[in-house]
Design a protein. Sequence first.
Length: 118
Amino acid sequence: MHLPGKTIDTVQYFQYIENMKTKDAVSALFALAHEGRLDIFKLLVRKGKTGMASGDLADYFSMPPPTMSFHLKELSNAGLLDSRRESRSIIYAANYGHMQELIGFLMESCCADNGGKC
């Protein structure tokens, strides 16, 4: 890329982009590395776009509401959940786009050193 009066170190630039992608993957994997959060996420994946209210999730997992809120915040901050307000409830649902990006990131070099044969 050439900008008048400016130069870009393309190797550094693209390494930065890759690092951001890696950072997002690490954030998502870190959020899922907790057994309780993994269970919450798996349930919300099963529920589809309908999702579940935070209070219903707390009841389902027999978890105090503040603890559930903490776990939902961690999953949301990692990009794994979407939320919406319905009346007095906050409904959480899996962010399928981010989940697919994570799977794609993990699979992008699958079997590359074996000629693409798994």
